[in-house]
Design a protein around this ligand. Structure first.
Ligand SMILES: NC(=O)c1ccc[n+]([C@@H]2O[C@H](COP(=O)([O-])OP(=O)(O)OC[C@H]3O[C@@H](n4cnc5c(N)ncnc54)[C@H](O)[C@@H]3O)[C@@H](O)[C@H]2O)c1
Length: 363
């Protein structure tokens, strides 16, 4: 299924090992280089978890697992790779050193992805003397073997063809690539996460909530909504029948109230409102607010049911709550079946008779 046969992973920590797992489980041979003497043990641990997860996620079976080899140098790891994913620590000097070495020894047509969380690809590819045009950022989310999103970002030197091939490669290993239109630090996912995280740190620092309370506020509410629809479509539905424009008119002004420590917000000009409303229309693909509501609700139930089966059946987070709730409902129902069955029977018989043979009024 994949368009690559051999890959190289440079760096086998949290993220690198996650890439190794995703690649191997998709049937691709991987050569890894990591100077950590414990790298093989750590990668084996991640592989164990990944195999277990894939058994549940893909019960129909997977391709024959790829072969993993540990290389002694970067040159040895990349020499015959079609695709190389760099996942070394987040330091520009180290990225320069490692990418220069990868570039010097990889086949000329190999695509190089960097896992960096926020460094601009243009700032990294200056160290590549042979083929800087084949570098893209391929920013994943942990755990890489399960979460499908990868942000692809090209730098000033990156060829559009390299972005396209990278997209095909990531798609072929079960991922959802999104090509970021302009190169910015921290890309998109981490910008959103950092904004929320900054605010969360203020709320905890100011003793408004504990970290557990804050996490509960997320995971019992909009966290589940985000998981199934994202931000804009959820707000579109929240706008009621009038949709996104109404939502923006109602809640847009709040952005300027002191609800947040992040007061630097864009001016909601007509142009911006039009732009967002139009993009929201396009995103809906003609589905009405009611249809979207049903999809949203079905998705929410499905996610909660899925979570309710976790943790050996006890449920996890909102799934545990869902279990308690459904158990309570079942108990309530089992307390009154006789009465309600009898009542239902009586009701079912009486009205029919009444309707067919209405009694004459006395007097
Ligand atoms: N941790 C996350 O949640 C996350 C998410 C997305 C992206 N990233 C990015 O992924 C990259 C790696 O982060 P991580 O969390 O896996 O870090 P990590 O510290 O877990 O792993 C880094 C690995 O690189 C190895 N390494 C160090 N020097 C090396 C070299 N010269 N050649 C090869 N390997 C070398 C280390 O031994 C270590 O095993 C960073 O750029 C980070 O920003 C991290």
């Amino acid at each position: 299924m994949s368009i690559i046969e051999k890959a190289a992973a440079i760096g086998g920590g949290v993220i690198g090992a996650g890439w190794v797992a995703r690649l191997l489980l998709n049937g691709i041979d991987v050569a890894i280089y990591d100077p950590d003497p414990e790298a093989d043990r750590k990668v084996a641990e991640v592989m164990k978890g990944a195999r277990r997860a894939y058994k549940q996620m893909v019960p129909g079976g997977l391709p024959k697992e790829g072969k993993l080899t540990f290389a002694k140098t970067i040159a040895e790891a990349v020499k015959d790779a079609d695709f190389i994913q760099e996942s070394v620590p987040e330091r520009l000097d180290l990225k320069h050193k490692v990418l220069a070495e990868i570039d010097a020894h990889a086949p000329a047509n190999a695509i190089i992805g960097s896992s960096t969380s926020g460094i601009l690809p243009s700032d990294m590819q200056v160290a590549m003397k042979r083929h800087p045009e084949r570098l893209v950022v391929g920013h994943p989310f942990n755990p890489v073997y399960l979460l499908p999103l990868v942000e692809i970002v090209g730098g000033k030197e990156t060829f559009p063809e390299a972005v396209e091939v990278a997209r095909e490669i990531y798609e072929s290993i079960g991922m959802k690539p999104v090509v970021i239109r302009k190169e910015i630090e921290a890309f998109v996912g981490d910008r959103l996460l950092e904004a929320a995280w900054r605010e969360a740190l203020w709320l905890v620092k100011d003793d408004i909530v504990t970290v557990e309370e804050l996490d509960d506020i997320m995971r019992y509410s909009f966290g589940i909504r985000w998981a199934q629809m994202g931000m804009f479509q959820v707000y579109r539905v929240a706008g009621g029948e009038a949709g996104m424009r109404h939502f923006m008119a109602q809640f847009g002004p709040c952005l300027k109230w002191p609800w947040t420590k992040l007061m630097d917000v864009p001016e909601l000009t007509d142009e911006l409102v039009d732009k967002i409303a139009e993009q929201s229309d396009a995103q809906a693909h003609g589905l009405s607010i009611r249809q979207l509501e049903r999809i949203r609700d079905d998705n929410l139930v499905a996610i909660m049911e899925a979570l309710s089966k976790q943790n050996k059946g006890k449920g996890w987070g909102a799934g545990a709550l869902h279990n308690d709730y459904t158990k309570r409902l079942a108990k309530l129902a089992s307390n009154k079946p006789k009465a309600s069955k009898a009542a239902v029977k009586a009701k079912a018989e009486k009205p029919v008779k009444k309707a067919k043979t209405p009694k004459k009024k006395k007097g």
